[in-house]
Design a protein around this ligand. Sequence first.
Ligand code: XMP
Length: 317
Amino acid sequence: NFTPNSFVEEIVEELKNKIGNDKVVLGLSGGVDSTVAAVLLNKAIGANLYCIFVNNGLLRKNEFENVLHQYKDMGLNVKGVDASDRFLSQLAGIDDPETKRKTIGRVFIEVFDDEAHLLTDVKWLAQGTIYPDVIESVSVKGPSATIKSHHNVGGLPDFMKLQVVEPLRMLFKDEVRRVGASLGIDPELLGRHPFPGPGLSIRILGDITPEKVRILQEVDHVFIQGLKDHGLYDKVWQAGAILLPVNSVGVMGDERTYEKVVALRAVESTDGMTADWVHLPYEFLMKVSNEIINKVKGVNRVVYDISSKPPATIEWE
Ligand code: XMP
């Protein structure tokens, strides 16, 4: 029978004993796991925990600034690194989904390694690995897996030679959320939808440009804010928008337009392995569609994805 409070007490004690006065570096993603891991370590070793939060330029609208601010308010010793240009320039011209993932994984490791080198005498690398990641370590997804595949390919970046500490490696997702709640982490942060490591890059079908990222961020923002405003966000497991690589004809006043099409996706799921599309109310879809087309320049058509997994996947790439 899992009790968050006693878990916290025990693990904090264990972390103190294990780490002592050593320095630890940890990559924050804005997601639940890395945040809970950071707060636990912060409780155990305070400012000897050095958190790095990288903006890959593919996060949701205002996400980097908002979440960085939240981290600072939580008392974490965190450095925000805006590497958007570095990621976007490396991604230019790439349209193959797996190449996008690999490129993002590689650049992340480069950026993280550069940052880790600015710190002196770090002994540990902390990760927010949870139990399903441990048992599914053959999966090709997630930053830890990216690091593993990099590891297999060539020389190990220096931060990967550090000793690894993973305070959540025995926990399931719901237990991580309960630990987070008992640590006083904002329920809104703990209730966030899953978001893929490669971010919006795999929701922009075809090649990625800063302008496409901007369009998709705006569309996604209208959709997610709409779900929140209508009390639907917590009823959905994951939601987002996809920018399609086609233009469609529309009409505005007396003019024909020829602009982008976006798809909205909202699914119910328990673990992401299977998923059903959510029957969002028509009234809601109508409002969101109008708002997107009115507000987001460059988009003249919105469609809703009614495919389940399997045979479709949650993401389009
Ligand atoms: P699919 O599209 O495979 O997605 O049905 C299942 C879940 O995994 C997330 N996802 C990823 N997460 N790196 C990640 O960290 C990835 O490359 C990646 N691809 C998909 C997806 O958002 C969903 O939650």
